[in-house]
Design a protein around this ligand. Sequence first.
Ligand code: NAP
Length: 248
Amino acid sequence: MSRLDGKTALVTGGSRGIGRAIALDLAREGATVVINYHSNEAAAKAVVDEIEAMGGTCHALQADIGKPEEARAMVAKAIEQLGGRLDILVNNAGITRDKSIKKMDDAMWDEVVRTNLGSCFACMSAALPTMIEQHYGRIINISSMNGQIGAFGQANYSASKGGIIALTRTAALELASSGITVNTVAPGFTKTDMFAEVPEKVQEQIKTRIPLARLGEPEEIAKAVTFLAADGDYITGQQINVNGGAHM
Ligand code: NAP
């Protein structure tokens, strides 16, 4: 018997990087999984194939979750595919559009805030009627160390990630009586396509600031998510920082 046998999960941005690792780990523990993706259908299909190859069940749903109506329709479809039950919602999808505040325009601000933060609200509120009816839910929002400490050139991103932490606390307060826990996992610098976009020189400087002296692996973030989903019954409104000690 695995820890998440019989449970159902939706992972936004589950086709690549951290979301992919989360989807695989939840499936490995027995959950039936729906992954959402935006544009890279081949990557999503590869995750579905990988989960099915290990004997699990996975569906992929395309949606731009930065658009609230698409996010809500995607969650409704996921719940249908999962047989009317949604136990675990992982709000993971995220983007960066970096520029200093002096150079950042409204479009860059808006795209990042609605994709990273707005999507958490839209997906969570779309999932709530089902979770409340079940009197059970595990919502895990992926924030970032840069939402805790700020980051040069990331006003939009760090505001969205700090907002996720505040949203998590309020949701945890409002939903505790419905059997729903809401927590944040805040990764530090993690080996994914998103980090690969950081200029190489900056990557080298970043590594010198990490006490454990290396980047995180997506699988190390996934373990914290699975822990909250499987063993976090008395944990709500909290943040788990998985950052190699880069922020304590
Ligand atoms: P990634 O490798 O760039 O993957 C992003 C995922 O999100 C992809 O599956 C992508 O789908 C999906 N996505 C992007 N925009 C979307 C949209 N509008 N609608 C639906 N899906 C969308 O990113 P990552 O590094 O794994 O990051 C995952 C999460 O961890 C993000 O929230 C990020 O902010 C956070 N995080 C990452 C790091 C890091 O160092 N990597 C550090 C701290 C926090 P497509 O490929 O189809 O576009």
